[in-house]
Ligand binder design. Structure first.
Ligand SMILES: Cc1cc2nc3c(=O)[nH]c(=O)nc-3n(C[C@H](O)[C@H](O)[C@H](O)COP(=O)(O)OP(=O)(O)OC[C@H]3O[C@@H](n4cnc5c(N)ncnc54)[C@H](O)[C@@H]3O)c2cc1C
Length: 426
C-alpha cells in the first residue's frame, strides 16, 4: 500500500509544529519552504528575547485574542504549560519573567530551532528549502517554483502555514492571498497589527525620539464610551509612536483609523498619582522654577516635553490644567506604519472558510494554520502560542481526515513506517 504523504508549506512555527505532530504518528512528511533556510521570522522574534508564551490564567490568556471562541479549542490542546513542557523535551529550559511572560533561558530562538529541526529530521521529516509555492495544478497538485524550474508535488493532505504579510524579506509575503481567493476561499485583507502609528510632532520634540516613556497607561475610547486600557511603555519616533503599549492597543486604534481617518490615543503619564494630588504638587511655590516644580512632581524628560507640546506657555503655571493634561494626554493618530514594518498582521483565512479541523471547505484535504488565519492578538507570546496551537490542531485535523478517508476506502491503509493506521488512536 502507498504510504500517506503529507505536505506542509511554510517552515515557520506553525508548519514545524504540524510536522512535529504528524511525524510522531509516523506519516511521511515533507516541508516545503520558499526561503533558503527555515524559521526566519521565528529567529527574528528571538532577537530581542524570545517571548514564546505567557503564564497568566487560561481565561485571561484566551481573552487576549480577538476571536477567543475560535482559538479556545486549539489553546486548550496546547497552551503555555504545554509549550514549556515541549521545550523541556528538547532540552531547552525556560523561565517566567516578572511580567508573567515566558522566555527560553537562553532568550534566543536559534538553539530551540536547531534542536527542534534535528528532532524532526531524526523522525524522517524532509525539509525542502528554495521551494516557492505558486498554487495548484488543474488536478489539484501543488506547484512550486524552484531553482531547477517548476516542480509539481502530489499529497494526500496539505497544510498551508504561509504566515501573514509583514517583514516579507523573512518569507511571509502574503502572495498566497490571491491564490486562495481565486479558489473561493474567504479572506479578510491583511492589515498591520502590533505596529507603530503615525502622528506629527513639532521639531521641539525631536531630541526625545527613541527615548522610552515608562510606567504610563494608555487607552482608546470606543463608541459606547468604554475603554481598552493597557499599561506599559511607548517610544516617540520620527513618524509617530510605537512600543508595547501602542502594539497592545493596535487593534482598536487600527479600527478607528480605518473607520474615521484618525484615532485618539489617551495616555496617563503619571498613573500612580491621582489628579488632585498631582495638581497640589504642581502649584508653583516661592522662587522654585516651573521646571523644578514639575520635576519634583515626577513630570520631567519626555513627559514634560509632551505637556509643553500641547499646552500654551501661559498655562504652564496653572496646576489644575497641567494635571488634567498629564492624566489624559490626547495623541491624534492618523495612520498605521506600513504592513512591511508591523510585527504581525491581522486578517487572513476567515473562520467561515475552514471546518472545525481547519480544513478549507472549498479545497478538501488542504488545511491552514498559523498567522495566515484571521485572528489577531497583542505581543506578549500570544502570537507564537496561537501559531503553535493551530499548527498542532491542523495536523490533528489531517490525521482525522486521513483516518476517515481510509474508512471510506479512498486511500492506502498504512503509514510510511509500514504500521497499520490506528483508527481508534486518532
Ligand atoms: C520583529 C518581530 C518580533 C516578534 N516577536 C515575537 C515575540 O516575541 N513573541 C511572539 O509571540 N511573536 C513574535 N513575533 C510574531 C511571530 O514571529 C509570528 O507570529 C510567527 O512567526 C508566525 O508564525 P507562522 O508559522 O504562522 O508564519 P511565519 O513564521 O511567517 O512562517 C511562514 C513561512 O512560510 C514561508 N512561506 C511563505 N509563503 C510561501 C510560499 N509561497 N511558498 C513556500 N513557503 C512560503 C515563509 O518563508 C515562512 O518561513 C514577532 C515578529 C516579528 C517580525
Amino acid at each position: 500500500m502507498k504510504p500517506h504523504h503529507v505536505v506542509i508549506i511554510g517552515a515557520g512555527p506553525a508548519g514545524l509544529m504540524a510536522a512535529d505532530v504528524l511525524s510522531k504518528h509516523g506519516l511521511t512528511v515533507d516541508i516545503y519552504e520558499a526561503k533558503p533556510s527555515v524559521g526566519r521570522k521565528f529567529l527574528m522574534a528571538g532577537k530581542g528575547g524570545l517571548n514564546i508564551t505567557h503564564s497568566e490564567p487560561m481565561a485571561d490568556f484566551i481573552a487576549r485574542y480577538d476571536k477567543p471562541d475560535w482559538l479556545k479549542p486549539m489553546l486548550d490542546q496546547f497552551n503555555a504549560k504545554n509549550i514549556m513542557t515541549w521545550m523541556e523535551s528538547l532540552s531547552v529550559a525556560s523561565f517566567i519573567g516578572t511580567s508573567g511572560r515566558v522566555f527560553p533561558t537562553e532568550m534566543k530562538a536559534a538553539p530551540l530551532l536547531r534542536r527542534w529541526l534535528s528532532m524532526l529530521k531524526g523522525r524522517g521529516v524532509r525539509v525542502h528549502c528554495n521551494h516557492y509555492w505558486q498554487g495548484f495544478t488543474d488536478e489539484g497538485d501543488l506547484r512550486f517554483k524552484t531553482i531547477a524550474g517548476e516542480k509539481v508535488v502530489k499529497a494526500d493532505a496539505t497544510i498551508l502555514a504561509l504566515g501573514g504579510g509583514s517583514w516579507s524579506s523573512l518569507g511571509s509575503d502574503g502572495a498566497w492571498v490571491p491564490i486562495l481567493a481565486n479558489k473561493n476561499v474567504g479572506i479578510n485583507p491583511l492589515l498591520p497589527s502590533n505596529c507603530g502609528f503615525k502622528t506629527t510632532w513639532s521639531p521641539y520634540l525631536q531630541e526625545y525620539f527613541g527615548k522610552p516613556m515608562k510606567n504610563i497607561v494608555g487607552w482608546v475610547e470606543n463608541d459606547t464610551g468604554e475603554m481598552d486600557a493597557s499599561s506599559s511603555e511607548a517610544i516617540l519616533t520620527t513618524y509617530g509612536i510605537e512600543g508595547g503599549l501602542v502594539y497592545a492597543l493596535s487593534r482598536p486604534l487600527r479600527e478607528r483609523v480605518i473607520a474615521h481617518g484618525s484615532a485618539t490615543l489617551y495616555l496617563d503619564l503619571l498613573p500612580h498619582v491621582s489628579e488632585d494630588l498631582l495638581a497640589s504638587r504642581l502649584i508653583p511655590s516661592g522662587k522654585r522654577s516651573i521646571n523644578n516644580t514639575w520635576r519634583k512632581a515626577g513630570l520631567d524628560g519626555v513627559k514634560a516635553a509632551l505637556i509643553r507640546e500641547i499646552l500654551p506657555k501661559d498655562k504652564w503655571s496653572d496646576a489644575s490644567c497641567v494635571a488634567a493634561c498629564v492624566k489624559k494626554y490626547p495623541i491624534t493618530l492618523t495612520g498605521m506604519q506600513p504592513i512591511e514594518e508591523a510585527i504581525s498582521t491581522s486578517g487572513g483565512v476567515m473562520r467561515e472558510s475552514v471546518n472545525e479541523h481547519l480544513m478549507l471547505h472549498d479545497l478538501p484535504n488542504v488545511f491552514c494554520a498559523g498567522e495566515m488565519l484571521d485572528w489577531d492578538a497583542p505581543t506578549g507570546g500570544y502570537l507564537l502560542t496561537a501559531c503553535f496551537a493551530s499548527g498542532r490542531f491542523a495536523a490533528n485535523g489531517v490525521l482525522k481526515q486521513l483516518s476517515s478517508r481510509i474508512k471510506h476506502g479512498m486511500t492506502g491503509e498504512y503509514f510510511s513506517d509500514g504500521n497499520r493506521l490506528n483508527h481508534s488512536a486518532l
